[in-house]
Design a protein around this ligand. Structure first.
Ligand code: ATP
Length: 306
């Protein structure tokens, strides 16, 4: 049994905190491919990080006899213990590297809507991995952090660096793409979608239309915003129950009527976003949607973290 305190190569004391930003992701296009032998589904699409974020404050407890992570948040219904993805990331980091604390408190100021398809939990987990790796000088490279993240969830590897990327496999096979600079308005309808039910519906469906993933990759590479807007497509929209599909269409129509070049649902919903030709248009679009009573936020795409 180890008796020495957790290894810490930095100058942190128990009273110090680590701060990290966790950015939301959107899916510019998303396809569900084959069912894999382990029961998971293959996915393929282009992911993008945006400056719509949670703020994390990680306070390690460096006392050797303390174990366990707690999570506090302004959102009461996310887990407060070690089932929270952020706490699981801290535990995994310690067990994998032997570095960093075994216990502590993670305070999450959540802005990213929960269960909205914006990857909030995944991004919180990735933020914890990045922060602990940096502060405890564990020296893991981006690829290694992504592999760790894979053990926490299929969107976590992308959230490690964010930016613009083609995601394949279960979402963990990432090919970085050139930065796509644009303004978006992200909306959160007042209902949630069930991810397992959507996958089950997709399994039973004969998919008529699929996203043009190579076309999207090309449009991103060429900085062709109109081309990106034309190719926004998410197969999960096809699998939604009728009432939810109608509600998503109402918001997409509102986004288009408010100046968006295109609009689509993100992940397994129910979040929806539109992309706009410039900042002024996005601000005006956001204002109009708010006037219609839609919960929405202006966000700009972000580059990958180096
Ligand atoms: P994705 O787009 O990756 O499918 P999502 O945005 O739809 O994810 P999340 O907001 O990540 O969904 O939350 C999914 C579930 O994870 C919820 O049931 C939530 O209670 C749980 N969860 C665990 N940890 C967190 C966290 N740090 N933040 C948000 N949700 C969390």
């Amino acid at each position: 049994m180890k008796t020495e305190p957790p290894s810490c190569h930095c100058s942190l004391t128990a009273a110090m905190s680590i701060f990290e930003t966790a950015r939301a992701k959107i899916n510019l296009c998303l396809d569900v491919t084959e069912k894999l032998p382990d029961g998971y589904h293959g996915v393929r699409g282009v992911m993008q990080s945006i400056d719509f974020s949670d703020q994390l404050e990680i306070s390690p407890d460096l006392a050797a006899d303390k174990r366990g992570w707690r999570v506090e948040s302004n959102i009461r219904y996310i887990p407060s213990g070690e089932t929270n993805l952020a706490a699981r990331a801290a535990l995994l980091f310690h067990s994998h590297t032997g570095a960093g604390p075994r216990s502590g408190l993670i305070k999450i100021k959540k802005r990213i809507p929960v269960c909205g398809g914006f990857g909030g939990g995944s991004s919180d987990a990735a933020a914890v991995l990045r922060a602990l790796n940096r502060e405890f000088a564990a020296g893991l490279g981006r690829a290694e952090l992504e592999r760790l993240g894979e053990r926490l969830g299929s969107d976590v590897p992308f959230c490690v660096a964010g930016g613009t990327a083609l995601a394949e496999g279960k979402g963990e096979k990432l090919t970085p793409l050139p930065h796509l600079d644009c303004y978006t308005v992200v909306c959160r309808p007042d209902f949630s979608c069930s991810t397992p039910e959507l996958f089950a519906a997709i399994d039973k469906m004969k998919m008529r239309i699929r996203p043009d993933v190579p076309g999207m990759v090309k449009a991103v590479a060429e900085g062709d915003l109109q081309g990106v807007a034309r190719r926004l497509f998410n197969v999960f929209e096809e699998a939604l129950p009728k009432k939810q599909a109608e509600a998503i269409w109402v918001i997409k129509d509102l986004l288009i009527d408010s100046g968006a070049l295109g609009a689509v649902m993100t992940g397994s919903g129910s979040g929806v976003f539109g992309i706009f030709p410039n900042k002024n248009a996005a601000e005006e679009g956001c204002r109009r949607l708010k006037a219609e009573g839609v919960e929405c936020h202006l966000a700009r795409t972000t580059r990958a973290i180096e």
